[in-house]
Ligand binder design. Structure first.
Ligand code: GSH
Length: 215
């Protein structure tokens, strides 16, 4: 199946999809979209046709554009069920989705680039204030994630198998560091991250390993 991923090296949502693609051993063509240069290539007329939300990622599957990273993750899981990123029972799958959504809908959207730019433009917040905004929302989201992991985590975010929740956690921790979040209270998440980081799929999906990385 022909797969093409529109991605930005540091985009946490693109990173989630890169992890799943690599974990499932799927080859894909990488199409870089620079989120900052020239005001952001995601806002170009050409890209808006790919995703009217003007965001990455977009995954083309045999010419059909899919957006929204968790929809893409679920698609990949359905079409390429092995190796699995969701557990067997309905309750376990709901737990993994619960964790994923703490990040996908409860954290990342509030700290996204577009939100920070709007806070600066429309509300007059300076860089320190927008950074603090993002830092506080990430702390809150990862704090909730850590509490859930204390109940049903294990070697990884949910139990002892890699799951979609891990695809969301690792990029969000990277963002946490970028915004100066204190990770000391989140030591268990950092420990899970360090177990995940040595897995080949996580190595391959890291921002620094992408063709558009600016090191
Ligand atoms: N809910 C979307 C969010 C996508 C999203 O926020 N992407 C960010 C990068 S992680 C983006 O493209 N931001 C560009 C902008 O805000 O202008 C998803 O999960 O795919």
């Amino acid at each position: 199946m022909e797969l093409e991923l529109y991605s930005y090296w540091r985009s946490s949502c693109s990173w989630r999809v890169r992890i799943a693609l690599s974990y499932k051993g799927l080859d894909f063509h990488y199409a870089p979209i620079h989120l900052v240069r020239d005001g952001g290539e995601q806002h170009s007329g050409e890209y808006r046709l790919r995703n009217p939300m003007e965001e990455v990622p977009v995954l083309y599957v045999q010419g059909q554009a899919l957006s929204q990273s968790t929809a893409i993750l679920e698609y990949l899981e359905e079409v390429y069920p092995e190796p699995a990123l969701l557990p067997n029972s309905a309750m376990e799958r709901a737990r993994v989705r619960q964790l994923s959504q703490i990040i996908n809908s409860g954290t990342q959207p509030i700290q996204n680039l577009g939100v920070m730019q709007k806070l600066a433009k429309d509300c007059g917040l300076d860089k320190a204030a927008t950074q603090k905004w993002s830092k506080d929302w990430i702390s809150r989201g990862l704090g909730a994630f850590a509490q859930a992991v204390a109940s049903f985590g294990g070697r990884y975010s949910y139990g002892d198998e890699v799951s979609l929740a891990d695809c969301c956690l690792v990029p969000q921790l990277y963002n946490a560091r970028r915004f100066g979040v204190d990770l000391a209270p989140l030591a268990e998440l950092v420990a899970i991250e360090s177990r995940l980081s040595s897995l080949p799929a996580f190595v391959a999906a890291h921002p620094d390993a992408q063709p558009d990385a600016q090191l």
